[in-house]
Design a protein around this ligand. Structure first.
Ligand code: ADP
Ligand code: ZN
Length: 439
């Protein structure tokens, strides 16, 4: 209870919205949002046609009869076909980072930008970011939503923002030191790389900086990676989820209990479906996340299939918020690879290997096929100190990791050790899997 008071004692309006919702209005707000989003969507060329057989929606049952909108719809149609207002009201366009396939374009009115900034501010406020903080935004600015999205949210709170963007690690560290950065926004893989870089230069991540919080997002990371990062830097690391199609980062965010991400249900209506059949699943069942914008003016998206796999956490959060939580994203449906007929997600492998203290900060998964047989190789960077040990120790560790992986993923991989800093790194989204069967 004490914790809850802490969060909601702020006069800031994004927190007051939570108070309103706690008075039991969330379902009403959602139904209102679904009805008006449907009406607004029908003003766009795309939905006018798609929903031609649907007059009106009055309740959730009507809503669940509407067809899904897919990534394919976004890339195959003229981008402007999704506008539900005149172009003169549109003030910004963003585009997905293009991890998969062709670009999708998202349009925002002034009000949409405002609502999004509010939502991001709510995320940051929830984890204790305040106007005294120095916020170094180490995500790419530009068409990618990660940069500007968090920038506007942090600005709303009143932080001092360093719009650093990605890359140029030495400069990033100089900024962090000289300007006494307290909060960073970064991809988990780049933060792992930064830890490696700092240690290589003989510095201590814990002592050199004033950091207290890292917001990590844009790609999956495991719980074991989070713990590793928290230990290396001596800070709190929070998971931020979002996608350009739903404005960008800040769709769901971890609260200080770090046990799932609160999805802002006054902004986005969520459903979890069976990706094969499209059937809506019960709370607690794992499937594909489907989202509907409840407030977006310029470009409403209805029943949008995110491709991301997760489940709704049934239990109410200890922090007292009414917005339900989702489990950390397991991966994209299209991240999954099949080896010897077994479905595997990179996150399953990461969870196992990052738990070994000898494992350093980077890994890569390579799949190949020889004489008709799939071969799964996991290359792992091992800490330098450990290399000094005798060869038998290395072999034992290799064996332990292989056994543990076999137990979790049901396929025996080849485990290869490499020196720290040898595997490819990126300052954007990491590419962990190389499937040579497709090359
Ligand atoms: P692209 O699809 O081109 O990568 P975006 O930059 O909009 O486009 O990325 C959104 C996707 O990134 C999400 O659908 C999800 O797959 C992934 N993602 C974003 N944040 C997270 C996170 N915190 N955990 C796991 N995956 C994430
Ligand atoms: Zn919570």
């Amino acid at each position: 209870m004490k914790q809850k008071q802490d969060f909601s004692s702020s006069p800031d309006y994004w927190e007051e919205k939570i108070e309103l919702i706690e008075k039991g209005k969330l379902r009403d707000i959602q139904l209102e949002g679904l009805i008006s989003s449907f009406e607004r969507a029908k003003k766009s060329e795309f939905y006018k046609f798609k929903f031609k057989d649907f007059e009106k929606i009055k309740n959730i049952d009507d809503f669940e009869k509407l067809p899904f909108t897919t990534k394919f719809d976004l890339v195959e149609n003229d981008p402007f076909a999704f506008l539900s207002t005149d172009i003169k009201n549109i003030v910004r366009v963003h585009s997905s980072s293009g991890t998969t396939g062709r670009s999708k374009y998202i349009f925002y009115t002034k009000r949409d930008i405002n609502t999004w900034a509010d939502t991001v501010a709510r995320c940051l406020y929830m984890i204790g970011v305040r106007k005294e903080d120095v916020f170094q935004n180490m995500m790419s600015y530009g068409l990618f939503t990660g940069g500007l999205g968090l920038h506007y949210g942090a600005e709303r709170i009143g932080c001092l923002i360093i719009p650093a963007g990605t890359g140029n690690t030495e400069k990033q560290l100089e900024l962090m030191k000289q300007l006494k950065t307290t909060v960073i926004h970064i991809t988990p893989s780049y933060l792992l790389y930064i830890a490696h870089f700092i240690e290589e230069n003989g510095l201590s991540p814990k002592r050199e900086f004033n950091l207290r919080i890292a917001v990590v997002g844009a790609e999956p990371h495991s719980e074991t990676t989070r713990r590793k990062l928290e230990n290396i830097f001596g800070i709190n690391v929070y998971n931020c989820y979002g996608l350009s199609e739903m404005n960008g980062p800040g769709v769901a965010f971890e609260c200080p209990f770090k046990d799932g991400l609160h999805l802002w249900e006054d902004q986005y209506y969520m459903e979890i479906i069976n990706p094969k059949t499209g059937k809506v699943l019960k709370e607690g069942e794992e499937g594909e996340l489907v989202l509907t914008t409840l407030k977006r003016e310029g470009m409403p998206l209805i029943r949008y299939r995110t491709g991301d796999l997760t489940k709704i956490i049934k239990e109410k959060c200890k922090c007292g918020r009414t917005h339900r939580k989702i489990q950390r994203i397991k991966g994209r449906a299209d991240d999954m690879f099949i080896v010897k007929g077994v479905n595997i997600f990179p996150s399953q492998i990461e969870t196992v290997i990052m738990d070994f203290p000898e494992v350093d900060k980077n890994y890569q998964i390579i799949i190949d096929r020889k004489e008709g047989l799939d071969i799964l190789t996991v290359q792992i960077e091992i800490k330098k100190d450990f290399f000094k040990g005798d060869i038998n120790e290395l072999k034992n560790l290799q064996e332990k990791i292989r056994e543990e992986l076999k137990e979790k993923i049901l396929v025996t991989p080849i485990v290869e050790f490499v020196e720290p800093g040898t595997l490819p790194t990126t300052t954007g989204k990491a590419k962990r899997v190389i499937d040579k069967r497709r090359l």
